[in-house]
Design a binder for this molecule. Structure first.
Ligand code: SAH
Length: 266
């Protein structure tokens, strides 16, 4: 009986891994593994965060010990408004027609970029939103590394800086190895280029050339590409400068667009 219940839940979760829903309709329809637990749990935030990471490990979404450690350390609860269910595997609205990505998408991107987020390396997070993944990157590259977030909604930049200051990545903000800037992320951030790792948290109609240019030889970019149908692309620049692109999976992200278009919901 229990197995019969668990099997569909597992299938449901696995199918969820391929899609980063831009609305949290799934939570409200109850189509989520964690919503009943979340409602009745008396665990503290950090314990719930650990339980979330453990579930992602159990379902094979997190395989790397390092990624698990980082996601356990950066408490997702510090990156969403009070009262938002932070510890369920679902994207959540953060205002301005933007969302914090679902934990399984954060995990997948961290796994894809792990080799390029070694201590001392440089990371760029385009469409940094809540700052959650930017904080994870900072923890991975450490104080000798450099992490840059670029986000075009000034209010989100302000709140992301506050979020990070509440998180285990606060010291990187203080020592200046992590910074977040208000800018059009389609242009990248040339000040600290080239980057070992570039993550784009919003779907581009096509891969922006400035981002390819700002990728270091040996570097990797993970970027959702497409409009209605989107693919998570893995862009690798080899040491001779040649670029290869492959598709990891189908996804659904909010668009990488102009500020006006985003605010008008276009
Ligand atoms: N990884 C983030 C994702 C936020 S959603 C998180 O989990 O919190 C995508 C973000 O991309 C939004 O915050 C949106 O405002 C931002 N965005 C969209 N187009 C952009 C652009 N051209 N330049 C910078 N940020 C952009």
């Amino acid at each position: 009986m229990v197995a019969a219940i668990l099997r569909p839940l597992k299938q449901q979760l696995l199918s969820f891994t391929t899609t980063d829903f831009s609305s949290h309709l799934f939570f409200f329809t109850g189509n989520c593994l964690w919503s009943p637990m979340e409602r009745f749990s008396t665990k503290s935030g950090i314990d719930k965060n650990k339980a979330l990471v453990a579930q992602l490990q159990q379902y094979g979404i997190i395989r790397s010990k390092k990624v698990a450690e980082i996601m356990e350390t950066i408490d997702r609860g510090s990156f969403v408004a009070d009262g938002t269910p932070a510890y369920i595997d679902s994207p959540m609205q953060i205002g301005y027609n933007a969302t914090i990505s679902a934990p399984h998408m954060h995990a997948m991107c961290l796994e894809l970029l792990e080799e390029n987020l070694q201590p001392g390396m440089r990371a760029l997070d385009v469409g940094s939103g809540t700052g959650y993944l930017t904080a994870c990157f900072a923890l991975m590259v450490g104080p000798q590394g450099r992490t840059v977030g670029v986000e075009h909604i000034p209010e989100l930049v302000t709140s992301s800086i506050e979020n990070i200051k509440k998180s285990a990545a606060a010291s990187f903000m203080e020592d200046g190895s992590l910074s977040i800037h208000v800018s059009d992320g389609r242009l990248g951030w040339s000040e600290y280029a080239p980057y070992d790792a570039i993550h784009v948290g919003a779907a581009a109609p096509e891969i922006p050339q400035p981002l390819v240019d700002q990728l270091k030889p040996g570097g990797r970019m993970v970027i959702p590409v497409g409009n209605v149908f989107q693919d998570l692309k893995v862009v690798d620049k080899s040491l001779d400068g040649s670029v290869t692109v492959r598709t990891e999976t189908s996804v659904r992200y909010v668009p990488l667009t102009s500020r006006d278009a985003q605010l008008q919901g276009r």
